[in-house]
Design a protein around this ligand. Structure first.
Ligand code: VAH
Length: 313
């Protein structure tokens, strides 16, 4: 059976759907911190990933063999609650790594992020092994987590796999605390208000990816031949790199009257510490990664799905 933590989040909600397509609803248990009474899901349980005993009993009770551990605190929120961000992101990962070491589970997926790169990292086509001196709590926790994953793999043979996600763009859930979430917000605002005040400056280029590509990459990596995997920290992954101005121009091809303005806030410093684009040649070589959604296709897909979701004609 498969366990997904953070299953009500931006990635978790879509990964749960994709995994259930493949393995069946009854074989994919979705969990998050919310009370089941408020959750529309046939196979959901509350799970506080800070509670190691609760994790162990859920794993045993449901005969869990594979875990996708997505519960975490994202970059902007973690800057407001540094200690809680570190504790949540790190302690929960170590609980699952220990379960894998003790053979209580067979395989673990844990997401990292381009946030592990910092201001000193070369920003264009950032290499798999580029300098990682993150300047955010989130980036520090993700880089530390990568090194723990590699340690448990090298020392105890744990089959843990990871991807450094760029900013992810999706329409099924509202944005939650990410610096790259301007690229999700903008679509809602464009359709609902016809205008958007962006919390990053117009030339802030960041690595981005449409959610369908990120979900497919995650499942392809987890199904890849382990002997082909040369990276056990976390794989660089690339598809799109654009600025808020470029995204606004693409939206205006569909909504000519859409207007964008810029009012950078504390998240600008976070974005400025991150790369603009990523080199993912190692993922291409090790497990044949290829993205499918370019800027035009992503924009068209986002607007079409959000119009339906927001019941806007
Ligand atoms: C964030 N969406 O903004 C996440 C992601 C690269 C950005 O890690 O925190």
């Amino acid at each position: 059976k498969i366990l997904v933590t953070g299953a009500l989040g931006q990635i978790g909600s879509e990964l749960t759907l994709a995994l259930r397509e493949i393995y069946g609803v009854e074989n994919v248990l979705s969990t998050d911190i919310q009370d089941p009474a408020n959750v529309e899901d046939p196979n959901y349980e509350t799970l506080d990933v800070m509670n190691a005993e609760q994790i162990a009993s859920v794993v045993e009770k449901h005969e869990i063999t594979i875990v996708y551990h997505l519960a975490a605190m994202l970059s902007a929120t973690a800057e407001k609650f540094p200690k809680k961000g570190w504790d949540l992101n790190m302690d929960s990962l170590l609980t699952f790594l220990e379960l894998a070491k003790d053979k209580k589970i067979n395989q673990l997926y844990w997401p990292s992020s381009i946030a592990i790169f910092g201001p000193e990292t070369p920003k264009i086509n950032t290499d798999q092994n580029a300098l990682t001196i993150p300047s955010t709590v989130y980036g520090i926790s993700k880089r530390a987590g990568e090194l723990w994953c590699q340690y448990y793999h090298e020392k105890f043979g744990v089959d843990v796999r990871s991807i450094r996600y760029p900013g992810l763009i999706s329409w099924k859930t509202r944005p939650g605390g990410g610096t790259t979430d301007y690229a999700v917000d903008i679509f809602y605002q464009a359709l609902e208000e016809g205008k958007y005040e962006c919390f990053l400056s117009e030339n802030s280029a960041l690595p981005m990816m449409y959610m369908d590509d990120a979900i497919r990459a995650t499942i392809e990596l987890m199904q890849a031949d382990p002997t082909k995997l040369s990276v056990r920290t976390s794989y660089n992954l690339h598809s799109l790199s654009f600025t808020p101005a470029e995204l606004a121009a693409e939206i205006q091809k569909h909504l000519p009257d859409f207007e964008i303005s810029y009012n950078p806030d504390f998240r600008q410093a976070i974005a400025d510490s991150w790369p603009a684009s990523i080199d993912d040649s190692v993922a291409q070589k090790d497990w044949n990664w290829k993205y499918e959604f370019d800027l035009a296709k992503m924009t068209e897909t986002m607007l079409a799905n959000l119009k339906e979701k927001l019941a806007i004609s």
